[in-house]
Design a protein around this ligand. Structure first.
Ligand SMILES: [Zn+2]
Length: 213
């Protein structure tokens, strides 16, 4: 699946897009494959993952994609990570990590347990997240597309470097916590003692400049 995803990222370049691509599969079969359509559609929201998720829902005739795995050549951004959580995709695999723009590395939408605990009707549990698979192949597409851009974007830390293709599971899947566990957590939050101690910590951790002023 990732091999196909990397091929698609090269297709994206040929279509005058940035090399971003996505494959969604289910039971070992590809449900849908997509590239970025930002340039062609003149629309910054047309990321490969969003295009793929939208089509997968139409093809399968349902919003719930919990039995699907999403492959992406680059770590999904936060915008794409929200529909991943809303459609309850069970597993996310990507090649190149995105420390500056990632929906896991930077703004952690992908593995935020709280949103599924508090709103389990809207958000699925935390998906299993794996990174690094076929990094060298994925990076080679970027490098051959624009060596200078690839050098610059890594120099600024926007996309991470890796020395190998080994896939690492960064996050195991976590279902939303049970109603009783959520109630217990809510009660613990609502306890006056807890609130008071939190307020104390918050005020003591404020910058010194406030008291100096
Ligand atoms: Zn995105």
């Amino acid at each position: 699946m990732m091999r196909r995803c990397v091929e698609l990222s090269a297709d994206a370049v040929r279509a005058h897009e940035l090399p971003f691509s996505c494959v969604i599969c289910r039971d070992g079969e590809i449900v849908v494959e997509a590239t970025n359509r930002v340039a062609r559609d003149g629309d910054v929201t047309r990321h490969a993952e969003i295009v793929a998720i939208s089509q997968a829902q139409k093809i399968l005739g349902r919003k719930d994609l919990s039995d699907c795995t999403l492959y992406s050549n680059v770590e999904p951004c936060p915008m794409c990570s929200f529909p991943i959580r809303e459609t309850r995709i069970g597993r996310v695999v990507y090649s190149i990590s995105s420390p500056m723009m990632g929906g896991f590395s930077k703004w952690d939408v992908l593995s935020d347990q709280e949103i599924s605990d508090v709103m389990p009707q809207v958000f699925g549990g935390v998906p299993q997240i794996s990174a690094g698979l076929m990094y060298r192949d994925a990076a080679a597409v970027w490098r051959s597309w624009n060596p200078l851009f690839w050098f610059g974007i890594r120099l600024r830390g926007c996309l991470a470097e890796s020395n190998n293709d080994a896939m690492a599971t960064l996050q195991t899947g976590q279902p939303p916590r049970s109603l009783w566990k959520r109630l217990a957590a809510s009660l613990a939050q609502a306890l006056p003692g807890k609130r008071a101690s939190e307020a104390q910590v918050a005020s003591s951790s404020r910058p010194q400049a406030k008291s100096a002023a």
